[in-house]
Design a protein around this ligand. Sequence first.
Ligand code: ADP
Ligand code: ZN
Length: 208
Amino acid sequence: MNLVLLGAPGAGKGTVAQELVAEFGVAHISTGDLLRAAVKGGTELGIQAKKYMDAGELVPDQLAIDLVKEPLAADDAQQGFILDGFPRNTAQAVTLDSELSAMGREIDCALLVDVAPEVIIDRLSSRRTCRACGYTGTAADATCPKCAGEMYQRDDDNEATVRNRLDVYEKSTSPLVDYYRGQGLLKSVNGDQARETVYGGVKEALGL
Ligand code: ADP
Ligand code: ZN
Protein backbone atom coordinates (compact mmCIF):
# COMPACT_ATOMS: atom_id res chain seq x y z
CA MET A 1 0.00 0.00 0.00
CA ASN A 2 1.66 3.20 -1.23
CA LEU A 3 -1.16 5.60 -0.53
CA VAL A 4 -1.69 9.35 -0.83
CA LEU A 5 -4.55 10.76 1.23
CA LEU A 6 -6.32 13.73 -0.29
CA GLY A 7 -8.96 15.92 1.28
CA ALA A 8 -9.58 19.32 2.85
CA PRO A 9 -8.17 20.16 6.27
CA GLY A 10 -10.39 18.45 8.82
CA ALA A 11 -11.74 15.92 6.33
CA GLY A 12 -10.40 13.13 8.52
CA LYS A 13 -7.20 12.17 6.72
CA GLY A 14 -5.26 11.84 9.96
CA THR A 15 -7.92 9.65 11.54
CA VAL A 16 -8.12 7.36 8.51
CA ALA A 17 -4.32 7.15 8.48
CA GLN A 18 -4.15 6.21 12.18
CA GLU A 19 -6.72 3.46 11.65
CA LEU A 20 -4.92 2.02 8.60
CA VAL A 21 -1.61 2.11 10.45
CA ALA A 22 -3.11 0.31 13.45
CA GLU A 23 -4.62 -2.42 11.27
CA PHE A 24 -2.01 -2.85 8.54
CA GLY A 25 1.23 -1.59 10.09
CA VAL A 26 2.20 0.67 7.21
CA ALA A 27 4.23 3.83 7.83
CA HIS A 28 2.30 7.06 8.44
CA ILE A 29 4.05 10.10 6.99
CA SER A 30 2.20 13.26 8.00
CA THR A 31 3.93 16.50 7.02
CA GLY A 32 1.65 18.40 9.44
CA ASP A 33 2.77 16.18 12.34
CA LEU A 34 6.42 16.44 11.27
CA LEU A 35 6.14 20.22 11.07
CA ARG A 36 4.41 20.51 14.45
CA ALA A 37 7.17 18.37 15.98
CA ALA A 38 9.78 20.68 14.45
CA VAL A 39 7.98 23.74 15.81
CA LYS A 40 7.76 22.18 19.26
CA GLY A 41 11.43 21.20 19.14
CA GLY A 42 12.38 24.75 18.20
CA THR A 43 14.50 23.60 15.24
CA GLU A 44 15.54 26.01 12.47
CA LEU A 45 12.99 24.36 10.17
CA GLY A 46 10.30 24.71 12.84
CA ILE A 47 11.02 28.40 13.32
CA GLN A 48 10.79 28.96 9.56
CA ALA A 49 7.61 26.93 9.20
CA LYS A 50 5.63 28.37 12.09
CA LYS A 51 4.73 31.69 10.47
CA TYR A 52 3.23 29.95 7.44
CA MET A 53 1.33 27.45 9.57
CA ASP A 54 -0.14 30.09 11.87
CA ALA A 55 -1.39 31.97 8.82
CA GLY A 56 -2.85 28.83 7.25
CA GLU A 57 -0.48 29.13 4.29
CA LEU A 58 1.60 26.33 2.81
CA VAL A 59 5.22 26.20 3.89
CA PRO A 60 7.66 26.52 0.94
CA ASP A 61 7.67 23.40 -1.28
CA GLN A 62 11.34 22.62 -0.77
CA LEU A 63 10.85 22.52 2.97
CA ALA A 64 7.94 20.07 2.68
CA ILE A 65 9.84 17.95 0.16
CA ASP A 66 12.96 17.75 2.36
CA LEU A 67 10.74 16.67 5.20
CA VAL A 68 9.27 13.58 3.50
CA LYS A 69 12.42 12.28 1.76
CA GLU A 70 13.90 10.62 4.81
CA PRO A 71 10.75 8.88 6.11
CA LEU A 72 9.96 7.67 2.57
CA ALA A 73 13.38 6.03 2.33
CA ALA A 74 13.22 4.60 5.88
CA ASP A 75 12.99 0.85 6.50
CA ASP A 76 9.47 0.95 7.92
CA ALA A 77 8.14 2.56 4.72
CA GLN A 78 9.45 -0.19 2.45
CA GLN A 79 6.37 -2.36 3.02
CA GLY A 80 4.09 0.57 2.32
CA PHE A 81 3.29 4.10 3.44
CA ILE A 82 0.46 6.54 3.82
CA LEU A 83 1.24 10.12 2.89
CA ASP A 84 -1.02 12.48 4.84
CA GLY A 85 -0.80 16.19 4.01
CA PHE A 86 1.69 15.69 1.18
CA PRO A 87 1.63 16.42 -1.72
CA ARG A 88 -0.29 19.67 -1.32
CA ASN A 89 0.10 21.14 -4.79
CA THR A 90 1.03 19.98 -8.27
CA ALA A 91 4.72 20.88 -7.89
CA GLN A 92 4.97 18.63 -4.81
CA ALA A 93 3.11 15.83 -6.61
CA VAL A 94 5.45 15.95 -9.60
CA THR A 95 8.51 15.92 -7.32
CA LEU A 96 7.06 13.00 -5.36
CA ASP A 97 6.54 10.99 -8.55
CA SER A 98 10.14 11.53 -9.59
CA GLU A 99 11.59 10.82 -6.12
CA LEU A 100 9.63 7.57 -5.93
CA SER A 101 10.51 6.48 -9.43
CA ALA A 102 14.21 7.03 -8.61
CA MET A 103 13.64 4.49 -5.81
CA GLY A 104 11.86 2.11 -8.19
CA ARG A 105 8.54 2.71 -6.48
CA GLU A 106 5.27 4.47 -7.18
CA ILE A 107 1.99 5.63 -5.68
CA ASP A 108 -0.65 2.94 -6.11
CA CYS A 109 -3.68 4.88 -4.90
CA ALA A 110 -4.79 8.42 -4.09
CA LEU A 111 -7.77 8.34 -1.77
CA LEU A 112 -9.95 11.43 -1.47
CA VAL A 113 -11.72 11.83 1.86
CA ASP A 114 -14.55 13.99 0.63
CA VAL A 115 -16.26 16.51 2.94
CA ALA A 116 -18.13 19.74 2.12
CA PRO A 117 -16.53 23.03 3.26
CA GLU A 118 -19.48 23.95 5.56
CA VAL A 119 -18.92 20.80 7.57
CA ILE A 120 -15.20 21.51 7.82
CA ILE A 121 -15.50 24.89 9.54
CA ASP A 122 -17.64 23.41 12.34
CA ARG A 123 -15.42 20.38 12.71
CA LEU A 124 -12.15 22.25 12.94
CA SER A 125 -13.31 24.84 15.43
CA SER A 126 -14.38 22.08 17.83
CA ARG A 127 -11.42 19.81 17.06
CA ARG A 128 -9.08 18.84 19.89
CA THR A 129 -5.90 16.81 19.57
CA CYS A 130 -4.13 14.60 22.14
CA ARG A 131 -0.73 15.96 23.10
CA ALA A 132 0.56 12.51 23.93
CA CYS A 133 -0.65 10.24 21.11
CA GLY A 134 -2.06 12.58 18.46
CA TYR A 135 -5.60 11.19 18.67
CA THR A 136 -8.12 13.57 17.08
CA GLY A 137 -11.24 14.22 19.13
CA THR A 138 -13.65 17.04 19.88
CA ALA A 139 -14.23 19.64 22.58
CA ALA A 140 -16.44 17.01 24.28
CA ASP A 141 -13.37 14.88 25.10
CA ALA A 142 -12.07 16.10 28.46
CA THR A 143 -9.08 13.78 28.16
CA CYS A 144 -7.87 11.46 25.40
CA PRO A 145 -10.16 8.40 25.11
CA LYS A 146 -7.17 6.34 23.93
CA CYS A 147 -4.41 7.22 26.39
CA ALA A 148 -5.98 9.69 28.88
CA GLY A 149 -3.50 12.32 27.65
CA GLU A 150 -4.21 16.05 27.61
CA MET A 151 -6.38 17.34 24.75
CA TYR A 152 -5.45 20.72 23.22
CA GLN A 153 -6.59 22.97 20.39
CA ARG A 154 -4.10 23.40 17.56
CA ASP A 155 -2.95 27.01 17.01
CA ASP A 156 -4.30 26.89 13.45
CA ASP A 157 -7.76 25.55 14.37
CA ASN A 158 -9.26 29.02 14.86
CA GLU A 159 -11.91 30.32 12.49
CA ALA A 160 -9.83 32.91 10.59
CA THR A 161 -6.97 30.49 9.94
CA VAL A 162 -9.40 27.70 9.08
CA ARG A 163 -10.99 29.86 6.37
CA ASN A 164 -7.61 30.58 4.85
CA ARG A 165 -6.62 26.91 4.98
CA LEU A 166 -9.81 26.10 3.08
CA ASP A 167 -9.04 28.75 0.44
CA VAL A 168 -5.52 27.39 0.06
CA TYR A 169 -6.95 23.88 -0.25
CA GLU A 170 -9.38 24.92 -3.00
CA LYS A 171 -6.74 26.81 -4.92
CA SER A 172 -3.60 24.71 -4.52
CA THR A 173 -4.50 21.23 -3.33
CA SER A 174 -7.84 20.33 -4.91
CA PRO A 175 -6.28 20.27 -8.45
CA LEU A 176 -4.50 17.11 -7.28
CA VAL A 177 -7.82 15.28 -7.50
CA ASP A 178 -7.64 15.67 -11.28
CA TYR A 179 -3.91 15.00 -11.29
CA TYR A 180 -4.38 11.56 -9.73
CA ARG A 181 -7.61 10.88 -11.61
CA GLY A 182 -5.60 11.44 -14.80
CA GLN A 183 -3.13 8.78 -13.63
CA GLY A 184 -6.03 6.39 -13.00
CA LEU A 185 -5.20 6.30 -9.27
CA LEU A 186 -8.10 8.21 -7.71
CA LYS A 187 -10.54 6.62 -5.28
CA SER A 188 -12.98 8.47 -3.10
CA VAL A 189 -14.89 8.01 0.14
CA ASN A 190 -17.60 10.17 1.71
CA GLY A 191 -15.96 11.64 4.83
CA ASP A 192 -19.18 13.13 6.22
CA GLN A 193 -20.26 10.01 8.11
CA ALA A 194 -19.48 8.37 11.43
CA ARG A 195 -15.81 7.48 11.97
CA GLU A 196 -16.42 3.71 11.67
CA THR A 197 -18.54 4.14 8.55
CA VAL A 198 -15.85 6.25 6.89
CA TYR A 199 -13.23 3.64 7.71
CA GLY A 200 -15.46 0.89 6.31
CA GLY A 201 -15.75 2.92 3.10
CA VAL A 202 -11.99 3.36 3.00
CA LYS A 203 -11.32 -0.36 3.22
CA GLU A 204 -13.92 -1.04 0.57
CA ALA A 205 -12.43 1.61 -1.74
CA LEU A 206 -8.95 0.13 -1.24
CA GLY A 207 -10.18 -3.43 -1.70
CA LEU A 208 -8.96 -4.42 1.81
P1 ADP B 1 -4.69 20.19 7.93
O1 ADP B 1 -4.74 19.16 6.84
O2 ADP B 1 -5.63 19.91 9.05
O3 ADP B 1 -4.74 21.61 7.44
P2 ADP B 1 -1.89 19.57 8.46
O4 ADP B 1 -1.54 19.09 9.81
O5 ADP B 1 -1.79 18.63 7.32
O6 ADP B 1 -3.31 20.17 8.63
O7 ADP B 1 -0.99 20.86 8.09
C1 ADP B 1 -0.88 21.97 8.94
C2 ADP B 1 -0.06 23.06 8.28
O8 ADP B 1 1.25 22.58 7.98
C3 ADP B 1 -0.59 23.54 6.92
O9 ADP B 1 -1.57 24.55 7.07
C4 ADP B 1 0.69 24.07 6.27
O10 ADP B 1 1.05 25.33 6.78
C5 ADP B 1 1.73 23.09 6.73
N1 ADP B 1 1.91 21.95 5.79
C6 ADP B 1 1.65 20.64 6.03
N2 ADP B 1 1.96 19.87 4.98
C7 ADP B 1 2.44 20.71 4.02
C8 ADP B 1 2.92 20.54 2.70
N3 ADP B 1 2.97 19.33 2.11
N4 ADP B 1 3.32 21.64 2.00
C9 ADP B 1 3.27 22.85 2.56
N5 ADP B 1 2.81 23.09 3.80
C10 ADP B 1 2.41 22.04 4.54
ZN1 ZN C 1 -3.87 10.14 23.51
